[in-house]
Design a protein around this ligand. Sequence first.
Ligand code: SF4
Ligand code: FES
Length: 241
Amino acid sequence: MVTLKIDGREITADSGKTVLEAARENNIYIPTLCVNEAVAAYGACRLCMVEVTRGNRKRLVASCLYEVAEGLVVDTQTERVVNIRRMVMELLLARCPNSSEVIDMARNLGVDKSRFQPENQDNSCVLCALCTRVCREVVGKSAISLVSRGTDRQVALPFCDDSDACIACGSCVYVCPTNAIKMEDRGDVRIITWPSSAHEFKMKKCASCGSHFAPEKQIAFMMAKSGLEAEKFELCMNCRP
Ligand code: SF4
Ligand code: FES
């Protein structure tokens, strides 16, 4: 256990926790974009910046990565902190000028417009890497990754087109904070549209009612993981006894 101060409030936290976790446990708000409990912190968005003071040293750190320490003093609302968050939001607004999620987030932080030149009007990916981290850390597949640099950086399948590793589970779709990945089940196919490309995946047909209920590759993955026989995966949820 360590004792620290956040915004003048003395709090205690378990050693090893991050400043963000300690703040959340004490209902102190710090904005975030790239954090999700399902995956390890990554520090991509920089929205969670706070100012920390240790001895005579004051500096800006990403609270989702920075660990609590005895005697640490944290400020979440200084002018420097507010300005840097606004700058981050302006950069995100320029990257995703028409994303309603980004626009709402910016408004909540007092930002209505960006001083930077807008990039691709259709882009809504903020490069938070939640989708790639969930795919790797939770699903265990690493089917998508962030590729290229600078303004060309994007989420893509290997070689930007090879969908072999993807089992079409949709985890990336559910975790994306800005709806940049779309998924549609249309008859016997599931279509996943990433910012860089779209792919179709064959769906399995229920042996009883004939509805298409899950991607064939996801079922094959579950069979291999669980060691259960194929007949356990023949029926949809509605037809299972
Ligand atoms: S597609 Fe969504 S989850 Fe993936 S990096 Fe972009 S914004 Fe984040
Ligand atoms: S929430 Fe900390 S860098 Fe994104």
